[in-house]
Design a binder for this molecule. Sequence first.
Ligand SMILES: C[S@@+](CC[C@H](N)C(=O)[O-])C[C@H]1O[C@@H](n2cnc3c(N)ncnc32)[C@H](O)[C@@H]1O
Length: 227
Amino acid sequence: MIEPDFVRATRAFYDTVAAAYTERFSEELAARPLERALLGAFAERVRESGAGPVADLGCGPGNISALLHALGVPVFGIDLSAHMVELARRTYPELRFDQGSMLSLDLADGSLGGLLAWYSTIHTPDERLPGLFAELARVLAPGGEALIAFQTGAEPRHVTSQDFGLGGDPVGLTFLRRSPRLVIELLERAGLTLRAQVVREPEGWEQSRQAFLFARKEPESAADEAA
Ligand SMILES: C[S@@+](CC[C@H](N)C(=O)[O-])C[C@H]1O[C@@H](n2cnc3c(N)ncnc32)[C@H](O)[C@@H]1O
């Protein structure tokens, strides 16, 4: 299969900045009580649903996978970048991390009780989102929960390896911002039902509001009733 340019660019960028990214964001969650509360609510929901394991898609250095694991969630991570996967494995040897793309997951239909896309859909262009969300809906079991985090807004931001303090030839990547309304509409079109949306104001170095969407693939009985 021919890989789209944006996938190649995303992998090249994160392979280059993996160590610097990991260092910069290693304490991020510790400073974000709202995010920890949202991840705690997500963990509770997926534990309660008992619908299967959770995939942390675009797991990066694996910090969120580790938090979910500590909350009693059976979780594994997947990331495009081999360097990120390597770092995650080294930091959390008790957890499983695989290299792969969430646009085409090597997972059976309905095999996940939950999935997390924590700032990992932000490099996928709008026109590819319907395909991406269809793939997420495919792998979720009925009753499975999704939590998606992203920056809101309209203007994309171009970031380079120099922004991470790295020398050499700069490697760049576009970070997309989106309206929650667009993402909700596309999730629902893919067959996922919005359960909650949280938008918070920018904090610290951030330049835009941050959105957190909880969505669910309806349990079979509810889907039957709606049909
Ligand atoms: C901004 S980082 C977020 C990492 C992690 N979720 C966190 O919050 O620390 C985005 C991550 O998503 C990964 N990613 C982007 N597109 C992906 C795709 N199509 N499949 C798998 N991983 C992807 C990148 O390689 C990168 O590690």
